[in-house]
Design a protein around this ligand. Sequence first.
Ligand code: 13P
Length: 257
Amino acid sequence: MRKPLIVGNWKMNKTSSEARVFLREFAQSHNGSSQAEVVIAPPFTALESVRTALGSSSWIALGAQDLHWEKQGAFTGEISGPMLRDLGCSYVIIGHSERRTLFGERDADVQKKVRAALACGLFPILCVGESLTEREAGQTEVVITNQLSAALDRLTDNDLGTVTIAYEPVWAIGTGRAATTDQAVEVHHSIRTFLSKGWNTGAASAMRVLYGGSVSPQNAALLLNASGIDGALVGGACLNPDSFATIISAAKPKSVH
Ligand code: 13P
């Protein structure tokens, strides 16, 4: 059994006071027990207020949306892994397509960030996904395999076991056009094949592979029940407490094949 993981990526939304309001409302929308592990990834500026509002024994873990690969130094505007750990983060999203396409992040940067996260005890959530042009050109598998090989290059089995992969087709992000379960299952299957070829079966099969891209309260149950989908990385729909609570409730443990 892999426990499902639901991650809410707030992107550049919510001030710290809006974050407190969200959590108050969320506590009313959700009964506080879940069959899924849940992570909230607010902007850096709201990490502290989310952590305080959740309390130290919360069932919800804290995540960041990015990190720099160095621990400290002259990198104006950047945030390091130890800084995130100090604020109570246990997860960090790495290589999101918005970082790749809008901010020029390359596979080599993503690789350094994965290593930096592991070195300071953060669990990386590594995002991979193809653009519409790449899908239409029949390159989905190649693109994803290349992104995975670069980011996970030479990781040990132990390190690999702590990484979560998020398959986020770029064309599905923020478009209201989620992948069909068949499309998602096919890519999840090829991700699992890639992992089990390169690493020890135990480590590879312990890893969770999430789906992200227009996950909503309407389509969550279908996607989350599909074979090989171990959870969701949610953008727009996680900003609303009721929608996020509904998505979390749709996640149930499944046996591993
Ligand atoms: P949407 O759920 O808004 O499509 O965003 C997905 C995403 O990019 C999560 O990281």
